[in-house]
Design a protein. Structure first.
Length: 340
């Protein structure tokens, strides 16, 4: 191999484009709905920094955290209209806009881990054309998706068994979580994430409902002293979306850079996701004198899970989406079993 070829190989390995593949100057505003300290936020920051590094400083992505560019419920429209170039959303907030793409962010008891949720969702985007069509109808395109660790409850009283849920006031949201609490005899109280602290503090809520790392970030351990080991399943979440018109104008080698760095971001997240749940619990115990309550009825809780799939399919049939919904759930169940 001659010196010229070796030099080109070195450039590629360093993430610098070879001659004829220079990157254009692009400035991107990325609207984020969470603070920078959350686990998946740190991955998004790495993505932005790596895009700039590998493009030789030509592609700059500035992230605006904590809804600085718009509310969560506005973000899909802001990206689609090109008011901002990129952003992330909570997909379950848009059940009529992205019913297929958003369901992996909505169903309780449907994933065993953040890693599993992330893998399955990203594969479904690639393999189910109807999901791609949903994104296109909203004038956005997904670069990569995050996983969020298993949801837990942090309460003002112990929850050790199914019967302990009776009449508990638990944070709720969306279409499906209220059904979960109703099935357990609890009362779902629709609550935005930042409102949970005050809800526990003032007695409007008995339990917060979030993954451990978000319980920790919102300091809910200060007001909820009983952590239950009950697992309500992980979710896929926070897709990094780019305006579709911008995406389609990008040269192929620029699109490839976005895709490649996005794939590496997913792998980096896998490396930290499994530790997030126990590490965050340990930190809450250290900071807030949180007591661990062992939940003895996980099998009974898990048995409720399949009904959420069935209810969702019936809902999709009524909307003329029965066929893609069934294919999606079949794929989901198959891959979940394979990734146990």
């Amino acid at each position: 191999m001659n010196k010229v070829v070796l030099s080109l190989v070195a450039l590629v390995l360093a993430g610098v484009p070879a001659r004829g593949q220079e990157y254009p100057d692009i400035s991107i505003r990325f609207g984020h709905t969470f603070p920078p300290t959350v686990g998946f936020s740190r991955i998004d920051q790495w993505f932005a920094e790596e895009m700039e590094r590998r493009s030789g400083g030509r592609i700059k992505i500035k992230i605006f955290w904590s809804e600085a560019l718009g509310k969560n419920t506005e973000m899909l429209d802001l990206i689609g209209a090109g008011a901002i170039e990129m952003g992330s959303i909570v997909p379950s907030f848009f059940p009529t806009r992205i019913p297929l793409a958003g369901i992996t962010n909505a169903l309780p008891l449907a994933f065993d881990s953040a890693r599993q949720a992330q893998i399955i969702h990203n594969e479904m985007v690639q393999n189910i054309p109807e999901i791609q069509a949903e994104y296109r109808r909203n004038n956005v395109w997904p670069i990569f998706n995050h996983g969020i660790t298993v949801f837990r409850i942090l309460c003002t009283k112990p929850v050790a068994a199914i019967e302990d849920f009776k009449n508990l006031r638990v944070r709720s949201y969306g279409e499906h979580v209220p059904r979960l609490w109703k099935a357990l005899g609890a009362v779902g109280i629709t609550t935005l994430p930042p409102e949970q602290y005050e809800g526990l503090q003032r007695g409007k809520l008995d339990c917060a409902y979030f993954p451990n790392d978000l319980h920790l970030q919102l300091k809910l351990h200060e007001v909820g002293k009983f952590w239950s080991s009950a697992s309500f399943g992980a979710l896929a979440t926070q897709p990094a979306l780019i305006n579709l018109a911008l995406w389609e104008k990008l040269p192929p080698h620029v699109q490839k850079l976005f895709i490649d760095v996005g794939r590496e971001a997913v792998l980096r997240e896998h490396a930290i996701a499994d530790k997030s749940d126990p590490d965050s619990l340990a930190e809450m115990q250290r900071l807030g004198n949180v007591k661990v309550v062992e939940f003895k009825d996980q099998a009974k809780l898990d048995a409720i899970g399949p009904s959420f799939f069935d209810q969702w399919i019936e809902n999709m049939i009524s909307k003329g989406l029965g066929d893609p919904a069934k294919r999606l759930v079949d794929y989901w169940r198959k891959r979940r079993a394979e990734l146990k």
